[in-house]
Design a protein around this ligand. Structure first.
Ligand code: UTP
Length: 295
């Protein structure tokens, strides 16, 4: 019998260099898609998937994330005194429903290292890893789709997506056998292969269901050429000991960790918002794109 998934690890200790200069003094996870920080989309997805213990692996300059999910007595008192009950409910919703725990990754030594740092807080149980950069609009929520696959197969499940050849070298890529229904059994995984080395067009995206034996596998995973411990390499070790699965999520993913992906996500989520969609659509249709584009 598979264990229930109770905890989700959010590694947020990366430096966000692709988003400089805005990330110099502000975490990229706090950039808003309309009026909600990117990280909150991932946390809401976890909660909607029945996972309400959130472990954030943080680093230097990430205090704004902790403050965001903390109770703000001053703000609540202010909103109450002004009778702004809708906003008050929205603010309380964030801090009320979830258990947060924080652990520091002293140095950003890679995603695999960030997962290792959460070891004590996760303990000996299966858990989820959510990379907040990947914001996924899906019904049912992306993580709950993966939990279903994990329950059926009783093994680790990685989310994958078909990626065009020119972008494949930015991802971990799997070699896999289809089992039907968007599920695959993994034969091998390669971190950031060149276009010609990539064993398929199926790239690992920011959702994982992992079992606690990943920690032992990461212990024995050395640093790569860049000095980082890669989660993909840890999973490759684990593959010598157990079966790993991949699943193509039914939903729309935005990689908000780069500028273009972020801009697309802002437009997408603004058009999905009932309070703003109509005037925003009107504005977009009114733009004379040819006049604006710099040549
Ligand atoms: P990325 O490489 O996409 O994010 O890592 P980054 O390092 O913040 O951004 P760039 O590449 O410099 O622009 C994927 C995820 O893993 C986390 C990041 O915060 C991000 O959510 N991460 C990465 C850590 O928590 N620790 C690390 O050492 C590396």
């Amino acid at each position: 019998m598979s264990q229930p998934i109770r905890k989700a690890v959010f590694p947020v200790a990366g430096l966000g260099t692709r988003f400089l200069p805005v990330t110099k003094a502000q975490p990229k996870e706090m950039l808003p898609l309309v009026d909600k920080p990117i990280i909150q989309y991932g946390v809401e997805e976890a909660v909607a998937s029945g996972v309400s213990n959130i472990i954030l692996v943080t680093g230097r300059g990430k205090n704004a994330i902790e403050d965001h999910f903390d109770v703000s007595i001053e703000l609540e008192t202010f909103l109450e005194s002004r009778g702004k009950h809708d906003l008050l409910a929205e603010i309380r919703k964030i801090s009320n429903m979830i258990n947060f725990a924080y652990v520091r990754q002293g140095e950003p030594l890679g995603l695999g290292h960030a997962v290792l740092v959460a070891r004590e807080l996760v303990g000996n149980e299966a858990f989820a890893v959510i990379l907040g950069d990947d914001v996924i609009d899906a019904a049912p929520p992306a993580l709950s789709q993966m939990i279903k696959v994990y329950r059926d197969l009783d093994g680790p499940v990685l989310a994958v997506e078909k990626i065009p050849p020119e972008e494949i070298s930015n991802y971990g890529v799997i070699d896999a056998v289809p089992l039907g229904g968007g599920v695959f059994e993994i034969r091998d995984l390669i971190e950031k292969p060149s276009r010609t080395e990539a064993p398929s067009d199926l790239a690992i995206i920011g959702r994982y269901i992992l079992t606690p034996d990943i920690f032992g596998a990461l212990d024995t995973t050395g640093k790569d050429r860049t000095g980082e411990i890669q989660l993909t390499n840890g999973l490759r070790h684990l593959l010598t000991r157990r079966r790993l699965y991949a699943y193509q999520i039914d939903g729309v993913r935005h990689d908000t960790g780069n500028k273009l992906g972020f801009l697309k996500a802002v437009v997408y989520f603004a058009l999905r918002r009932p309070d703003i969609a109509a005037p925003f659509r009107e504005y977009l249709q009114s733009i004379d794109i040819d006049r604006l584009v710099t040549r």
